[in-house]
Design a protein around this ligand. Sequence first.
Ligand code: T3D
Length: 264
Amino acid sequence: MSDAPSILLDVRDGVARVTLNRPDRLNSFTVAMHDELRAALERVKGDASVRVLLLTGAGRGFCAGQDLADRAVTPGGAPVDLGHSIETYYRPLVLTLRALPLPVVCAVNGVAAGAGANIALAGDIVVATKSASFIQAFCKIGLIPDSGGTWFLPRLAGTARAMGLAMLGDKLSADQAAAWGLIWKCFDDAEFAGAVEALVGELARAPTRGLAAIKRALHAAEDNTLPAQLDVERDLQRELGYSEDYREGVAAFLGKRAPNFTGR
Ligand code: T3D
């Protein structure tokens, strides 16, 4: 067994870079990796210098979901309580990513399968290399898409595509994922690292409170009526009107200069 950490965390220039680091197992999740990721996300939450979270994978994959060898499952053997695994690990992870008050960028550097595909889709901005793919592998082992898959897929791609992806478990190319609106963009492999750095750099220099409010508003819209959503917009706009970054943005525009946002 490797002594290498399953999760790498590097905080620099306002960007927290979290790397899933079990490349020989396509970064699939063990209990230990879940624990390390949870600790890393706690550190990110407690670090006021962080203005964007980047989640990516080491090696040729993004994440192959649950490590199927991390527990004993055998035909005729004792049943396992997967509900416990979801409740303890996958559910809190997805909710944490969605609730972080800063942009979460998932950089899908290779195959994203099972829970790995849906954790990627939990990001606010999802980018992928052209060679990456998304696989709802669950149906191949008698399970349903978890980690938000049954919620994200119909909303992003429509029920017909969600059904096909979930029931057939076909490999969806990054290009097709972008064409279907599952992800923001994909990039040629050679350009990917540079494009991701440019993206997270731009977000780290942006008005963080405004971006966090955009995230809250768009998430609220998933369940709201129009009048209720107009209330959300009013309340968030009121909060942002008091922010330093709003005043800086207006002054920069009127002064015909670049803004210097501080995230306050
Ligand atoms: O269980 C719970 O707690 C409930 C929650 C469930 C959430 C889930 O995610 S269930 C779904 C689990 N994931 C899968 O079923 C995906 C399994 N993996 C694959 O289907 C394929 O590996 C891929 C399509 C993702 C990639 O295929 P390929 O051909 O590019 O790579 P490979 O050769 O299959 O994998 C490379 C190595 O990683 C290989 O090991 P080896 O032969 O070199 O020693 C393979 O066994 C290992 N690996 C890949 N995925 C997993 C894995 N080992 C354990 N668990 C995996 N999920």
